[in-house]
Write a protein that binds this ligand. Structure first.
Ligand code: AMP
Length: 186
C-alpha cells in the first residue's frame, strides 16, 4: 500500500521476484484492458481517467479470477489492492477460499512534496493518462479518503509493516526485504 507515487509498482516487482510469486497489479491489469479495448477496459477507463476508483464489484471479480490462475497457487503479492474497506472484506473471503493466509501488508510512506515530484516525472517518462495535475490531486484525495483508513485495519490485525519509501529505489527495496525477513520464511 501507499499513496499514488509512493513506488508500489516498482517495489512490488522486485519483492515478488525475490519471493518467487507473481506481482498482481490491479492498475496494470486495468491498463492492459483499456489498451486492448476489452469490456472491462471500456467500463474502467472513465473512472481511471478521472482519478476515481473503479467500482468494487468489477475490481473484486478481476482479482478473484487472477488469483485463481495457476501461477498464484503458491502465493502472490498484491499491488494496489485492496483499496477500500469492501475490498478488504472481499479479499479475506478470497484468501480463505485459496487456503492461503495474508502474511504482511507493506505500506510505503513518502512525503507529499516528493510524491508530486515523482508523479510529474512519471508523467513525462511514461505518459500515463492519469498523471495530469488535476487527476493526480484527485487520486491523492481518493487515497486519503478511501484507502488510508485501511492502514489502521491492518495495524490492528498485526499485519502492517511501514517502510520509509524515500530515497533511492535500491535502498527502499532493501528496507522492504529487511522488514519482511522473518515474515516470509514460513
Ligand atoms: P495504480 O496503477 O495502482 O495507481 O491504479 C491506477 C488506477 O486504476 C486507479 O487510479 C484506479 O482508477 C484503478 N484501480 C487500481 N486498483 C484499484 C482498486 N483496487 N480499486 C479500484 N480501482 C483501482
Amino acid at each position: 500500500m501507499g499513496p499514488p507515487g509512493a513506488g508500489k509498482g516498482t517495489q512490488a516487482k522486485f519483492v515478488a521476484e525475490r519471493l518467487l510469486v507473481p506481482a498482481i497489479s490491479t492498475g496494470d491489469i486495468f491498463r492492459v484492458n483499456v489498451s486492448e479495448g476489452t469490456e472491462l477496459g471500456v467500463k474502467a477507463q472513465g473512472y481511471m481517467d478521472a482519478g476515481e476508483y473503479v467500482p468494487d464489484e468489477l475490481t473484486n471479480l478481476m482479482v478473484r479470477n487472477r488469483i485463481d490462475e495457476d501461477d498464484a497457487g503458491r502465493g502472490f503479492l498484491l499491488d494496489g489492492y485492496p483499496r477500500t474497506l469492501a475490498q478488504v472484506e472481499e479479499l479475506d473471503g478470497m484468501i480463505r477460499h485459496t487456503g492461503h493466509a495474508l502474511d504482511a501488508v507493506v505500506v510505503l510512506t513518502v512525503d507529499s512534496e516528493e510524491l508530486v515530484q515523482r508523479l510529474l516525472e512519471r508523467a513525462k517518462s511514461e505518459g500515463r493518462a492519469d498523471d495530469t495535475e488535476d487527476v493526480v490531486r484527485r487520486r491523492q484525495e481518493v487515497y486519503e479518503e478511501q484507502t488510508a483508513p485501511l492502514i489502521d485495519v491492518y495495524r490492528e490485525r498485526d499485519l502492517l509493516i511501514e517502510v520509509d519509501g524515500m530515497g533511492d529505489v535500491d535502498e527502499v527495496t532493501q528496507r522492504i526485504f529487511d522488514a519482511l525477513s522473518g515474515v516470509t520464511e514460513s
